[in-house]
Design a binder for this molecule. Structure first.
Ligand code: EPU
Length: 415
């Protein structure tokens, strides 16, 4: 298993470029199931999760070929509705084939994803929505088995605005008969990006980015070419890298429209930024404590909680971080404490007492964003750190260590 060795503290300088968004690319790949024609996606990051999604597409009879950052997917050979546990357990986002399979084949045999390091993460809302659209659903041997003669439009109310749930229902509804209304839909920019692609494919959708989305089913969809949005979480992670190391770096390809909450907290804790052409120069000399409460978009993203915690562990005072989206997303706390942080967890709140210095240690990555927080902390820590289980990081950050090395960090991958 690969690990990182990091020598700190580091000063970063130079320019880096944000990659395409993982969480926007994944549903777009599965959207190719909805048509016989090519779906061509540009700016797709080269990541393990994208490879896993392509493997799943092959399993369904689709083709998925990459040239640089362009992915061409063709599902004219779609001949299976089976998403096996072996692939789904590697990546929960595999559930994103459920809606498109029901729309196109009227049947799906998809493994339940099961829990993961950050929470139980049920998919009951996805299932209830498909049921309300006329899908018969049984759970057998850990699989969702669903079929229908045809999907009908329906009014779907989510009691929690779920991101992949909204994406699944939108993709099911675009080929259903009649109108579907999703109430309390997720408003995340990645959902909006998916809808923009679907519209290019000929779907009739209104209300993207709002909490009520209306979809009028059409008979068929065509292929399309689309450039995936830049990754807002990678952007935020790089901003945190600049601040935790008291450096100044330029970040290019920034999805400025999607990072209001991140930018707001960044400034509050002492970060500075200047807008440049398609990017910004970020940095900061001092870290100030704050209160953070994760929330659905446009609130502060749970996917940035761990990285801000790493930065705040060096703040001049006490911060409180409240996690409201996932029930177990504090696994990084014990590891940050191994690096000398002073963080106590009580329920869904973490009290982060800022310390003067972090000190290098061996730590274990537990999930994707937790891994990023450990890399950030190790960049600032005095001495050598070793970060184990970085396969979590490889799932969602494209060439992070290469980007950091180019910025002057001392970080090495050990095979
Ligand atoms: N929920 C339910 N029932 C459902 C669906 C969700 O109770 O049927 C609950 C979840 O347990 C959670 C809340 O609703 O408490 C929100 O979960 P959501 O469904 O929105 O999460 P997701 O769609 O599984 C996506 C991202 C995550 C990100 C969350 C929240 C993708 C592929 N994944 O997950 O990204 O944290 O939204 O923004 O888009 C990551 O990239 O590291 C990551 C975990």
């Amino acid at each position: 298993m690969d690990r990182f060795i990091v020598e700190g503290p580091t000063k970063l300088k130079g320019t880096t470029v944000v990659s395409g968004s993982k969480n926007a690319s994944l549903p777009m790949i599965s959207a190719a199931i909805l048509t016989d024609e090519d779906v061509v996606l540009h700016n797709v990051p080269d990541l393990m999760d994208i490879d896993t999604m392509c493997k799943l597409m092959f399993q369904l009879g689709c083709n998925c070929g990459r040239k640089k950052d362009t992915l061409r997917i063709n599902c004219s050979g779609l001949d299976s509705d089976f998403a096996p546990y072996d692939l789904v357990r590697k990546m929960r986002a595999s559930i994103l084939v459920f809606g498109p399979l029901m729309a196109r084949l009227h049947s799906a045999h998809v493994s339940l994803p099961g829990g993961c390091a950050i929470g139980v993460r049920p998919v009951n809302l996805h299932i209830n929505a498909i049921k309300s659209m006329g899908g018969k659903v049984e759970i057998e041997n850990g699989y969702i088995i669903s079929e229908t003669d045809k999907l009908n439009g329906s009014t779907v109310y989510f009691d929690i605005p779920t991101v992949t749930g909204t994406e699944n229902v939108v993709m099911a509804a675009v080929l259903a008969e009649g109108k579907t209304i999703i109430k309390n839909a997720a408003r995340e920019p990645e959902v909006v990006d998916l809808i923009k692609l679907l519209k290019k494919m000929g779907a009739k959708i209104e209300g993207e980015g709002e909490s009520v989305i209306e979809i009028e089913g059409v008979k068929s969809l065509k292929g399309a070419e689309y450039t995936v949005m830049a990754d807002r979480i990678e952007t935020g992670t790089l901003m945190c890298a600049a601040l935790i190391t008291h450096s100044e770096i330029e970040i290019k390809n920034v999805p400025l429209y999607a990072i209001d909450a991140i930018l707001d907290k960044f400034i509050e804790i002492g970060g500075k930024y200047i807008l440049t052409d398609n990017g910004m120069i970020v940095g900061g000399e001092y870290i100030k404590p704050t209160l953070i409460k994760t929330a659905v978009y446009p609130g502060f993203p749970t996917d940035m909680q761990a990285q801000f915690m790493a930065v705040l562990s060096l703040a001049n005072g006490t911060s409180i971080i409240e996690e409201t989206i996932f029930e177990n997303r504090f696994m990084h706390v014990a590891e940050l404490n191994r690096l000398g942080a002073n963080i106590i967890v009580s329920g869904n709140k973490a009290v982060v007492e800022g310390v003067e210095n972090l000190v290098g240690a061996s730590v274990m990555a537990t999930d994707l964003r937790a891994s990023a927080s450990l890399v950030l902390a190790a960049l600032a820590a005095h001495g050598k750190s070793e970060i184990l289980r970085i396969y979590h990081l490889d799932r969602g950050y494209e060439k992070l260590e290469e980007k950091l090395t180019q910025l002057g960090a001392k970080i090495w991958r050990v095979k």
